[in-house]
Write a protein that binds this ligand. Sequence first.
Ligand SMILES: C[S@@+](CC[C@H](N)C(=O)[O-])C[C@H]1O[C@@H](n2cnc3c(N)ncnc32)[C@H](O)[C@@H]1O
Length: 283
Amino acid sequence: MRNRKDFAARYNLADPRPYFTGLRDADYRLPAVACRFLLQSAAQIAQHRHTPRLRVLDFAGGYGVNGALLAHKTDLAEIYDRFALTESGYGPDLFQADRRHFAARRRPEALFEVHGLDIAEQALAYGVEMGFYQGAFAENLVSDAPSPALASHLKEVDVVMETGALGETLPPSFHAILSTSGPKRPWILLASRPDVDDGPLNQVFQRHGYTVELCTAAPFRYRRLASAQERTEIFRNTAALGRDPEAAFRDDYFWVDLLLARHQDTVHALPMTDLVGQGLRID
Ligand SMILES: C[S@@+](CC[C@H](N)C(=O)[O-])C[C@H]1O[C@@H](n2cnc3c(N)ncnc32)[C@H](O)[C@@H]1O
């Protein structure tokens, strides 16, 4: 894999293994951090939001790695091992073996109900069939308004999360989500990429009365840089935003923060320090 375009060819296949093999090779770690935050604070968030189970919408969720982590006793290493491309073809036997593997690891306590939202229809279908998602919406909020089904779902959502979504899709999509979701005002969990201009997204949050806070005590490794070409592009984009590329890309990895955007009234009612103390510490 040389760059983002090469990798995008793996976003929407009936076989999830090329995608997960790419993630494993990149040592992609963000979903583990985002899900750790949710697993650690689920009970408090649920109590605060008066719900027995948190309804999570996984924006740009693809094959459902976040649903897998939230609903099963597993981790990224095991998921990557499971999906590493060892055999050619992904027929019904391998599919059923994967399904049994995850069914046996399902958490009994069902803390979350997770739905995926993505333009990649096949990837979402895989996530649903594998039990990673309880349902999914194949929609593009950059170009279209939410369907009636998604609009009604959004009114019940507690947390919208994104891991690895393309930066340019976030401002229009989150504006559509927050314009539709109504009084329940979902929390939004996201990561900041140093090579992406966060100005447009911050404007969306401001417009909806949302405040952005840090969940992590310090930046953590998001993934490895894929190639010298990607390194050059990303260094250039980061420097153009007035940021120091040497600080954001060290030891061959991107370093990012985990962020939480919430309506300002919520921020006062349940301070971030109650959720993560001085911030999550990630190795
Ligand atoms: C790098 S993948 C991230 C997938 C998953 N969240 C993860 O962490 O592995 C980026 C995802 O963004 C999706 N995507 C691209 N454009 C989108 C859009 N306009 N709306 C929603 N998802 C989109 C792709 O289909 C792909 O699944």
